[in-house]
Design a protein around this ligand. Structure first.
Ligand code: URP
Ligand code: ZN
Ligand code: ZN
Length: 459
């Protein structure tokens, strides 16, 4: 049975018009006004609604052994939360510990997602060491369809790579034609500052930001750019949080370094005062790079509006209250991460598009199309066109509601967005032609998601 999305206003990164979209099987097969379709077609009335391409979250953590615990979601819970919030594809970081075997980790992550994710997904492969086996294993992983790497300049001794390993990874990435994403903070400085603060009895969550100040991120961003420039590899800075790091990335962009920038939802709307709340209330807002002084938000919004920040992800990484309490008495032990996979589209629409800070097309581009292009998914994903996958978000701009952990689909006992008002919500979400969400509820098929195999882009 076909699916007709009737009479909505289609909005892509570069077009806006009222039309019907007809999907046959998993694919969009016709777009036009007043389409004639077979009798048994399922019809979604989209009049008065916006119709977006399925949103893509380029940076999530689902299976994640990290900081003496595991992130809370399963692929089932995270994918349902993603879909309820309008995200139809996510790209998950495969993050082995330095002691783990890279290839074994890759197969473990794949096995966790297969048959359990309700939406489509891909992976970025984190390179957390570079030894005699690494190059050969990474070649196999790229050949298997995971055509992007991730490196951490921070998290010394478990995820972090040193400069030599960064050089080797980028040299191989250049040869293979894949993009390398990077968490840019100077590991040595973080370690030194953490030790200094703890020695001075500064142990609460309010000291997390001072242990990783803006300079630490600016240095990491600048160094990553220098390594890209030297190796000729293409790079993508993840979760860029502050003006000095933005300046470092922009300086590199302006001298022609192939570097792209992602910022994530928490850094647009939260600031460091939230992590300064006493006890576990502050711990809920610990992530890295940390929430920043509020003065950084305007430069981020401006750079996003102008397209200098290319994409908006979440860095979804949920730990519950009990896990956050592992850091009582020592802020360096608070599991880093904020859950956000369900909230990105609605919060960015409300605080960006509705306030006039973000043009509607740039919104679609940054939350969907650009990630599809950068990570080898376009035009299968990231747009509404004949031949594209029928991943569609019928969005109700008149919906009004309030975010709360009580109504969230994700597996966590708090939401950093508790009480946040939203002005807009997906009313219908489809994955490859099947309705998966209606009016904020998952109504579809668990395990429908498929791994998206990607080929090198040779930028
Ligand atoms: O705090 C964060 N960001 N947690 C997840 C790991 C990472 O750095 O992306
Ligand atoms: Zn990170
Ligand atoms: Zn991350």
């Amino acid at each position: 049975m076909g699916l007709l999305i009737q009479g909505g206003e289609i909005v892509t990164a570069d077009s806006r018009y009222v039309a019907d979209v007809y999907c046959e099987g998993e694919t969009i097969t016709q777009i036009g006004v007043g389409l004639t379709v077979p009798a048994r077609t399922e019809v979604v009335d989209a009049r008065g609604k916006l119709v977006f391409p399925g949103f893509i979250d380029p940076h999530v953590h689902i299976h994640l052994p990290f900081m003496a615990t595991f992130a809370k979601d399963t692929h089932e819970t995270a994918s349902i939360a993603a879909l309820v919030g309008g995200t139809t594809t996510f790209i998950e970081m495969v993050c082995p510990n330095r002691n783990d075997d890279t290839l074994e980790a890759y197969h473990l992550w794949k096995a966790k997602a297969e048959g359990t994710s309700a939406c489509d997904y891909a992976f970025h492969m984190a390179v957390t060491k570079f030894d005699g086996k690494t190059a050969d294993q990474l070649r196999q992983i790229v050949a298997d369809g995971t055509a992007s790497f991730k490196i951490f300049l921070s998290y010394k001794n478990f995820f972090g790579v040193d400069d030599g390993e960064m050089f080797q990874t980028l040299t191989l990435a250049k040869e293979l034609g894949v993009i390398t994403t990077a968490h840019c903070e100077n590991a040595e400085l973080v370690g030194q500052l953490q030790a200094q603060l703890l020695a001075a009895g500064k142990t609460g969550p309010e000291w997390h930001e001072p242990s990783r100040p803006e300079t630490v991120e600016a240095e990491g961003t600048g160094r990553f750019a220098t390594f890209l420039e030297t190796t000729g590899a293409t790079g993508y800075v993840v979760h860029l949080s502050c003006a000095p790091a933005l300046e470092a990335a922009m300086a590199a962009k302006s001298r022609g370094v192939p570097i792209y920038i992602e910022s994530v939802l928490p850094h647009f709307v939260f600031d460091k005062t939230m992590a300064e709340r006493p006890g576990v209330e502050g711990m809920k807002y610990i992530m890295s790079p940390p929430l920043r002084d509020k003065k950084n938000q305007k430069p981020l919004w401006d750079a996003l509006a102008q397209g200098f920040i290319d994409t908006v992800g979440t860095d979804h990484c949920p730990f519950d209250v009990k896990q956050k309490e592992l850091g009582i008495g020592d802020f360096t032990k608070i599991p880093n991460g904020i859950p956000a996979i369900e909230d990105r589209v609605n919060v960015m629409y409300t605080s960006g598009v509705k306030t006039g800070r973000l043009d509607l097309h740039r919104f679609v581009d940054a939350l969907s199309t650009k990630s599809a292009k950068l990570f080898g998914l376009f035009p299968r994903k990231g747009t509404i066109a004949v031949g594209s996958d029928a991943d569609l978000v019928v969005y109700d701009p008149d919906y009004r509601g309030t975010l709360s952990a009580k109504t969230h689909a994700g597996n966590n006992d708090y939401s950093g967005f508790e009480g946040t008002a939203i002005a807009g919500r997906p009313s219908v979400v489809t994955v490859r032609g099947k309705v998966q969400v209606k009016d904020g509820r998952f109504v579809g098929q668990k395990g429908r998601g498929r791994m998206l195999k990607r080929v090198p882009q040779y930028f």
